[in-house]
Ligand binder design. Sequence first.
Ligand code: NAP
Ligand code: HSE
Length: 431
Amino acid sequence: MSVKPLRIGVAGLGTVGSGVLRLLAQNANLIETRCGRALKVVAVSARDKSKKRKVDTGDAVWVDDPVSLAGHPDIDVVAELMGGAEGAARKLAEAALGAGRPVVTANKALIAAHGMALAGIAERAKTVFAYEAAVAGGIPIIKTVREALAANRVTEIHGILNGTCNYILTQMRLRRVSFEQVLEEAQARGYAEADPAADVDGHDSAHKLGILSCIAFGTELRMAHIVTEGIRHVTLADIGYADELGYRIKLLGVARMTGDGIEQRVGPCMVPLGKPLAGIEDVLNGIQLHGDYAGKMMLVGAGAGAEATASAVVADLIDLAAARTALPLGRPVGTLEKPQPMGAEKSRGCFYIRLTVKDKPGVVADIAAILRDHAVSMESMVQHGSPSGDAVPIAIATHETTLAEMQTAMAGIAALPIVLEPPCVMRIEQG
Ligand code: NAP
Ligand code: HSE
């Protein structure tokens, strides 16, 4: 007796939706052999029916309202590939899961905002809510943390979690071109979110870090606890100083579970050359984890783009077809613990500081005095002459201190009359 195909309703035919349809068509035989069932797209939906698509939708029926896929009689699973934390994406996921219909999504904004509620609905309806593609594109990080490392206490995550930002920072360094120019290229390649502010302001990385922390630490998904900073203020001058001081600038998501609470932050960091995360370039993502029994490990791969993301979406569909299931957040939602955020006085690290100062005697002494008063020790300093002769940039790398001391010292330095622009401060992160 032949097994019935898994019938899929796809909402969203953009970069990811088109990639999923292409992959399902191209690797149909391989997929059917691996999961013992054909995967067939029977319905599709997007905003604009008349738009010319980059992919052939075959004999799939067009559905005007994507939310109606939740109750469509001819489908077994909904692939939500529209994006957005609210609107059609949220309504579709809630309605489908509530009706006991599995949902596969790539939508990290939705999960970051409503993941616990959606996982709760899925648990109660005893259905599947899968989202491998939502974190780090083609890297199987959800499965790795939730299933392969299920026996471990994961204590640390360091990740390059946004392909667009990594692409921008890499290309700015290699070609010394502007932030705006490289952002346009990332958009043309299909890496960026519909609103690229989500990428460059760090929110997309924060969504992914929040999801990973939740499943790795078994703590509630609370976005408000993640201190988030983007890469708009990173200049070619910072990139030059990074080269000179022996670092690469990376937008890192860092989450650590410590005896003093949970530390979760996203921001541009100086990573020493030679450290594995420093070598991860362009659209690649990389995630370094520490499990108490598995030890330290790193996963690297394409973090964005149609093909890599489709690979993760279809892997979830294959799991469903093969009846391999897992609780969405790795444990019942009701057992997640309340995270206690770590205070700035406990958070420790080394820092990079870039200042623009008046070029006159005593300036460095004034800055050094404030750092001394807060017990911040300098590791190195670079100053070059300035072409104008009035304003001169200075770059400083510090030894380890607390974030609280650093913040107070920087408030004092920023207030000095010889400091001409708001200082730029970044963590130096070993990974
Ligand atoms: P996209 O290229 O902008 O495509 C979005 C698709 O959804 C379009 O087909 C659009 O319809 C449709 N859509 C949007 N709002 C809709 C609505 N209210 N009703 C009906 N259809 C709607 O976006 P994408 O890059 O494919 O991203 C899709 C999802 O995957 C997002 O959650 C994103 O965060 C996630 N993701 C993207 C990547 C990536 O590399 N791009 C990687 C991982 C995860 P029209 O075409 O008619 O406008
Ligand atoms: N915009 C995201 C990125 C897509 O650049 O990483 C993958 O989540």
